[in-house]
Ligand binder design. Structure first.
Ligand SMILES: CC(C)(COP(=O)(O)OP(=O)(O)OC[C@H]1O[C@@H](n2cnc3c(N)ncnc32)[C@H](O)[C@@H]1OP(=O)(O)O)[C@@H](O)C(=O)NCCC(=O)NCCS
Length: 171
């Protein structure tokens, strides 16, 4: 597939309200529920980019910087940052909304890798990504380093072959 697509074409916005069944004993959003929402938004963005069924290959990074209270409105914005041969990196920004003022605050973020597959589970080529904004360009550039780190951690790449990370791993 030689097609190229703008990063923004993959954007998925998912809004949820934190119900009692979504919380931990402290009344805050349970991390596993947020991970589920992140994976749904991320996989929709990846699917929009490639027009194929995708599977989650890796959750590369996730951080829970701020607890999210019951009844909060939570918005997840997922977008493909870079595509390689059959895999795509997706960044999911999570915002919590003050229901009185409407002010949105970024509270969490996650980075995941999805792979396009056919009905037999065989990986398929995906379109390249064209970043347009400064943020999209920065995320696109950094995605190669994150991919190499993820491949090293999963045993798929030798540190010696990580061209972007040599200064970190090679003495
Ligand atoms: C993901 C999967 C399709 C990869 O299949 P595979 O036979 O290993 O195929 P490949 O080795 O060609 O890898 C496919 C792509 O995934 C990438 N990849 C695989 N694991 C990765 C990881 N941990 N981090 C980053 N990229 C990864 C490879 O680099 C490759 O990318 P590229 O084609 O863009 O260069 C396969 O491992 C799978 O089906 N896993 C289970 C997926 C699943 O069930 N997810 C839900 C879990 S609950």
């Amino acid at each position: 597939m030689s097609e190229e697509k703008f990063a923004s074409e993959s954007k998925c916005v998912k809004t949820e309200i934190v119900l009692p069944g979504d919380t931990n004993p402290l009344g805050n959003l349970f991390g596993g529920r947020l991970m589920e929402w992140i994976d749904i938004a991320g996989s929709i963005a990846a699917q929009r980019h490639c027009g194929r069924v995708v599977v989650t290959a890796a959750i590369n990074h996730i951080s829970f910087s701020v607890p999210i209270k019951e009844n909060s409105i939570v918005t997840l914005e997922a977008q493909v940052s870079r595509a390689f041969e059959t895999s795509m990196e997706v960044i999911v920004d999570v915002y919590v909304e003050n229901t009185v003022t409407g002010k949105r605050t970024k509270c969490n973020e996650a980075i995941a890798t999805y792979v396009a597959i056919d009905q037999n589970g065989t990986p398929l080529p995906v379109p390249k990504v064209i970043p347009q904004t400064e943020l999209e360009k920065a995320r696109y550039d950094a995605a190669l380093r994150r991919r190499q780190l993820s491949l090293i951690l999963s045993g798929r790449l030798k540190p010696d072959d990580a061209t972007e990370l040599k200064s970190l791993f090679i003495k």
